[in-house]
Write a protein that binds this ligand. Structure first.
Ligand SMILES: NC(=O)c1ccc[n+]([C@@H]2O[C@H](COP(=O)([O-])OP(=O)(O)OC[C@H]3O[C@@H](n4cnc5c(N)ncnc54)[C@H](O)[C@@H]3O)[C@@H](O)[C@H]2O)c1
Length: 279
């Protein structure tokens, strides 16, 4: 039986995922519909597909009221934290499993608690891929004996452009001429200041010792073209140090190509039977 899915967000992640589904995963997955608040993005994506012919929506209410939505088993969000905040509880109330990429939305603990209660009462799954980092598997295993989790993210200032951080602190990315530590704080504060850049900080917090205790440093470095994430975990188990040097997506420099591969792998794992290793 093919898994019937919808994708919300037709940018870097949603587009690559849809094309992968269309070309490689057609055996297991059918793409029933796509939703994007920018109709031109959904239309451009549909033109790239040849084996699936999804219905297009640019409004959440029309999407969930459509006949096709009743058949959807899994909704994949690759849009924005706003999309998650506005749509997730409604999707859960329709008893849809949801795969969430904008995990930063869960750094808001009131929202996360509300979602967690709804997930339990509606008996559905929320899938959160490992995204742009590695080591979540080990962090989950050791979380009860951990005293320290730090993420240091280094990006080219252009990848950090438009972040609320610059408005809040009244300076511009163009003024950064050399490698500079621009932010130190908790995962909660990091996600508020860089919502499109450090989703992984929220994921580390959720998988580990919480978003308040997880520390984040953000370094802007004009000399690099990659997105670098370094994770350090210390606890009774020993030490875990993970360094990921990510090539940015060709269409969105804020998003690492690894994040796209991680959602493809997560969907593959959900839709296939057999060995489940490294989970
Ligand atoms: N978990 C991770 O490791 C990780 C890594 C990279 C990106 N992300 C997050 O995943 C999300 C998607 O990333 P991307 O690179 O594809 O972004 P993108 O900007 O390339 O594309 C986002 C698309 O979603 C659409 N969109 C935005 N808000 C929407 C809404 N409310 N309803 C419907 N459509 C909406 C936009 O019009 C755009 O087409 C972002 O929130 C990003 O921060 C997470």
């Amino acid at each position: 039986m093919k898994k019937k899915i919808s994708i919300i967000g037709c940018g870097a992640i949603g587009s690559e995922l849809a094309q992968h589904v269309d070309s490689n995963m057609a055996k297991n997955v059918t793409l029933l519909s796509i939703l994007d608040i920018r109709p031109e993005n959904a239309e451009a994506l549909k033109l790239k597909l040849s084996n699936n012919s999804p219905l297009l929506f640019n409004n959440f209410d029309d999407f969930v009221k459509s006949e096709s939505f009743k058949e959807v088993e899994l909704v994949i969000e690759a849009a924005s934290q706003n999309a998650i905040t506005s749509y997730l509880n409604q999707l859960i109330s329709f008893k849809k499993d949801v795969l969430v990429m904008s995990v930063g939305a869960f750094a808001n603990s009131a929202f996360f608690s509300e979602v967690s209660r709804n997930v339990e009462s509606n008996d559905i799954n929320i899938y959160v891929p490992s995204g742009a980092i590695a080591g979540i598997d080990a962090l989950k295993s050791v979380k009860n004996s951990v005293s320290y989790v730090t993420l240091t993210t280094t990006k080219n200032p252009n990848s950090l452009k438009d972040s609320p951080f610059f408005k809040n602190n009244n300076f511009t990315v163009d003024s950064i001429k050399k490698r500079t530590l621009i932010f130190e704080g908790s995962a909660i504060e990091a996600v508020q200041n860089f919502p499109a850049n450090v989703n992984v900080a929220a994921l580390l917090g959720l998988a580990g010792i919480g978003v308040e205790k997880t520390k984040v440093n953000v370094i802007a470095d004009p000399s690099i073209r990659i997105n670098k994430h370094e994770i350090k975990v210390i606890g009774k188990f020993g030490e875990l140090i993970v360094r990921v040097k990510n090539i940015p997506s060709s269409t969105n420099p804020k998003t690492s190509y690894l994040a796209i591969l991680s959602v493809i792998e997560c969907l593959r794992s959900i839709t296939t039977k057999g060995f489940k290793y490294g989970t």
